[in-house]
Write a protein that binds this ligand. Structure first.
Ligand code: ZN
Length: 217
């Protein structure tokens, strides 16, 4: 994909997922830009390799869910659930078990986070709030003024302590509704490893969006 950009002073090459974007200044020569881009093949290849491969929810797949490697299986009646080493979808969902697997994981995330949040809320001496599990694109959690907390269900695929840290982070927003030094002090009280876990999310967060996908982008 080639775009012209008024503010661009030079050629810029960006790779996002499987899309390669070449930006050139308004009066720049497209031919020269393409020749230039060809000299960057190594960079493009390395960037493309970084795009996470899709990890679809299919019977037979195994992924880490809430800190434990679990196998996705279809069978039986009842509700979809995360139980022991399995994520199970009922037999009636056999045609397309993906949504049932997702429902099971969201439910398990809600239970796990509610347990963490309840402990953090009580440690901070604030009233229990409401918890919603969501599929936000660009954030891991949020916390409203009355303690309405949202958590991104894809954190299910992060190490368990990362999910707990996000719960601590949102609980800390009950005390400080910002990211000031005081806020981070509250975070540290709830989770002494907060800085390292926050860094894990910055470095690996995008990989979590590969779970449940069937295509690369
Ligand atoms: Zn925050």
């Amino acid at each position: 994909m080639i775009r012209r950009h008024r503010q661009a002073r030079r050629f810029i090459l960006r790779v996002s997922g499987e899309t390669i974007k070449l930006t050139i200044p308004t009066r720049g020569s497209a031919r020269r830009a393409l020749l230039w881009a060809q000299t960057k093949a190594d960079f493009v290849e390395a960037e493309l390799a970084r795009a996470p491969f899709p990890k679809p929810f299919e019977a037979g797949a195994s992924y880490p869910v809430l800190g434990q490697e679990r196998r996705f299986v279809v069978g039986g009646r009842g509700l979809a659930e995360v139980l022991g080493g399995e994520v199970r979808a009922p037999l009636r969902a056999a045609q397309d078990p993906g949504p049932s697997f997702e429902r099971a994981i969201r439910h398990a995330v809600k239970q796990a986070v509610l347990e963490d949040l309840t402990a953090f809320w009580s440690q901070l001496g604030v009233a229990p709030g409401r918890l919603t599990i969501r599929g936000m694109k660009g954030r891991w959690g949020s916390c409203g003024p009355q303690g309405q907390t949202s958590i991104n269900w894809r954190l299910a695929f992060a190490p368990r302590e990362v999910l707990r840290y996000v719960a601590a982070h949102e609980a800390a927003h009950r005390i400080e509704a910002n990211h000031s030094a005081r806020f981070w002090q509250v975070c540290e009280r709830l989770d002494p490893d907060y800085a390292e876990l926050d860094r894990w999310l910055t470095e690996h967060g995008r990989e979590l969006f590969a779970y449940g996908r069937t295509t690369r982008r």
